[in-house]
Design a binder for this molecule. Structure first.
Ligand code: WTA
Length: 668
């Protein structure tokens, strides 16, 4: 239902049908709970904790923290001293509650017809077997296990088997290169790697085991040998693939190990604050950050968000198109979902293969009620003939969700009107790897929606905006998005570098968690995320830092200097544009361009390959030598006014640069 607002932006009110079934059916109810959660967070989360099993209660306070660097080091502890096991809560407890025969996952592979399903009971057996396999290979509580796998049930089994024995999983997205994988294995000091022979993404083959083997050789060379590499056979025998490298000294077959492992494995009781996983995300200094999440708080927060943000009822079918290699997959394909006894669809493919109807076909066949995807996928699919959507029934859908970047109002409306037939609320969820789960987002039955706004803070989150000086802006305004208080699902540290954790999130604005995003708050208190304010690019929902790309560009022997910035892109949201200054007497040509692109593909991954590489005589710099990326960004975005350029060493160089870039842009 649509109704006009005072500022003439349309508002979409929850429909009667959605409200009737919703846990929270009015804005007043949301507000009442919100206020209670802010007033007494301990009481609020303590009550939620009673839904789960704790072997022992917290030894000390339920929450203990310092959020202000002026008062000392930052720390956040929820339920320290309480013991539990997250895998036990998600799976064993669900079975005890009578859901053993319920389907936990429907899995659909890249090729239509590749299907599997698994019940909670069968999931538990597989997890226990895998946990025993890991124990048999010497993995103990606190050890790190790297997972580099396709989006499969087996990857989820691997993650949960780590959780079962108190090991810490480090999932690396299966689109990362050997280098990036090795860097993460070494940084996390992972003892073991679980991978697969390979996978197809659309028609593209990804040689996972070959990449893994290369990465492990690099790890060994760097003095960090990994004891074992378990390989799942994921490909069908009819598929033509290159030979798979195998070394009996470390490689083991998943199937062989699982066949002989016991189906019973007692859970390891761990502390509420023991690490659950590390997930690497880009950092603005170039080195990825190992974001560390702990057990108890993450369980409470992800379960609560999943239940209320998706208004999840046990008969619903949830489909999140995100990959397990990102936080979206961790939180919504695994932890939050299973904590709510859900049935989920896990998909290992791309939205346009074999054709642009793939998502809608899945929704139709599995009778999906809740579909969660990213704006970049929406923008890709809305370019295609609408018949790809309308050919399939979407009658089962109740709720649509979006994550990863701001969703522009026209994509929002296409998602709402075409996919959801104007029946399903669009839940635009703002969050980060570090926040564990959404922190600003609507609730389906209670929040009036404004296309393009992630709306209001979730329970327990005190979000606000501050100006450049860190002064809080009250009411309407534009500033840096910060959070004033700890919530259970937030990251506790950057693995092995607490200093960097403090410097990145707590140093910029004392007393606040700094998101790195800009936001506008309107007169109704709604947040409109305007994008990163730091040196990060958000390309197809993947965060990459300018420094990360620049350091790789510099590896080309002809490149003297480099700067990377983001341009606006109709599908990817942002695309990467690079400027390079060549060493003396070097000439730029197509060969050099493809060499540079291949270095980026090998060092980071295909998703980071720039759309444009522009050789320039010089980069715009201020006196201290700092590159003014802000100017480059404005030029590639063709924003007319560049602002103050007086601090530039050579202000005239800008016109020359602008001419070069406009010419190139015309040719793209
Ligand atoms: C961006 C992904 C606007 C934002 C879960 C954030 C969004 C970064 C939204 C985190 C949204 C994510 N609206 N921007 N709904 N969701 N972002 O760590 O810039 O991969 O800081 O986590 O994505 O990306 P990350």
């Amino acid at each position: 239902m649509k109704s006009p607002t005072t500022d003439s932006k349309p508002i979409y009110l929850p429909s009667d049908a959605i409200q009737k079934r919703a846990y929270i059916a009015s804005l007043d109810e949301y507000l009442e709970i919100y206020n209670a959660s802010i007033k007494d967070p301990v009481k609020f989360w303590e009550k939620i904790a009673t839904d789960f099993f704790w072997k022992t209660k917290p030894a000390g306070p339920f929450l203990n923290y310092n959020f202000d660097l002026n008062k000392g080091n930052i720390f956040i502890k929820w339920m320290e001293g309480a013991t539990t096991n997250i895998c036990y809560n998600l799976v064993d407890k669900t079975i005890q509650d009578g859901y053993g025969d319920k389907i936990a996952y429907y899995w659909e592979g890249n090729e239509p017809g590749e299907q599997k399903q698994i019940t909670y009971q069968a999931l538990l057996k597989a997890i226990c077997k895998c946990a025993n396999v890991l124990k048999g290979l010497g993995i103990k509580k606190g050890d790190r296990v790297a997972i580099y796998m396709p989006n499969t049930i087996e990857a989820i089994v691997a993650m949960l088997s780590c959780a079962r024995i108190g090991a810490v999983h480090v999932v690396v997205f299966a689109g990362f290169s050997a280098n990036a994988l090795a860097e993460r294995i070494i940084a996390a000091q992972a003892k073991l790697l679980i991978t697969a022979d390979g996978t197809f993404r659309g028609t593209k083959f990804i040689a996972l085991k070959s990449i893994a083997t290369q990465a492990l050789m690099q790890c060994k060379g760097a003095g960090h040998p990994v004891s074992h590499c378990i390989m799942l056979k994921h490909l069908h025998t009819t598929q033509q693939i290159p030979e798979i490298p195998w070394d009996d000294a470390i490689d083991c077959a998943w199937e062989r190990l699982m066949a002989s492992a016991s189906e019973v494995c007692a859970p390891e009781w761990v502390d509420g604050e023991d690490p659950l996983f590390i997930l690497y995300t880009s950092g603005s200094t170039g080195k990825p950050k190992g974001v560390l999440h702990t057990t108890g708080g993450y369980l409470l927060y992800t379960a609560t968000v999943f239940k209320y943000v998706f208004d999840y009822h046990p008969e619903d079918i949830f489909f999140c198109s995100g990959d397990l290699g990102w936080i979206t997959g961790h939180t919504f394909n695994v932890y939050g979902a299973l904590a709510c006894k859900s049935t989920s669809v896990v998909f290992d493919g791309i939205p346009t293969y074999p054709d642009g109807g793939r998502f809608w076909d899945l929704i139709d066949r599995y009778k999906v009620t809740t579909f969660y995807t990213a704006p970049t996928a929406i923008r890709t699919l809305m370019q295609l003939p609408v018949s790809y959507v309308t050919k399939y029934s979407r009658a089962s859908l109740r709720i649509l969700g979006s994550v990863g970047e701001p969703i522009d109002p026209s994509s929002w409306r296409w998602f709402y009107e075409v996919v959801g037939s104007s029946r399903c609320p669009i839940i635009d969820t703002f969050w980060q790897t570090e926040t564990g789960a959404p922190i600003i987002c609507p609730l389906p039955g209670s929040t009036p929606l404004k296309p393009g706004s992630a709306t209001l803070p979730f329970w327990g989150i005190v979000a606000t905006i501050v100006d450049e000086d860190g002064i809080e802006i009250i009411g309407r305004g534009k500033g840096h998005l910060v959070i004033k208080n700890p919530w259970p699902g937030m990251a506790r540290t950057i693995d092995g570098d607490h200093q960097r954790f403090q410097a990145t999130y707590f140093e910029p604005y004392h007393g606040y968690y700094y998101t790195g995003d800009g936001a506008q708050r309107d007169a109704d208190g709604y947040f409109w995320i305007t994008g990163r304010t730091d040196d990060m690019l958000n390309c197809s929902g993947h965060l990459i830092s300018t420094a990360e790309i620049e350091s790789v560009l510099m590896q080309h022997p002809s490149v003297a200097e480099a700067a990377a910035v983001s341009a606006l892109h109709a599908i990817k949201g942002e695309s990467i544009h690079c400027f390079i200054v060549l060493k003396q007497e070097q000439l730029y040509n197509e060969i050099m361009e493809s060499e540079i692109k291949s270095i980026i593909r090998n060092q980071i991954g295909a998703f980071a390959v720039p759309d444009l590489i522009q050789p320039v005589p010089a980069l715009p710099k201020v006196g201290s030598g700092k590159i003014m990326r802000r100017l480059l960004r404005k030029i590639v975005r063709q924003e007319g006014h560049l602002g103050d350029t007086s601090t530039l060493v050579d202000p005239n160089s800008i016109d020359q640069l602008r001419g070069l870039i406009l010419n190139k842009a015309k040719m793209l």
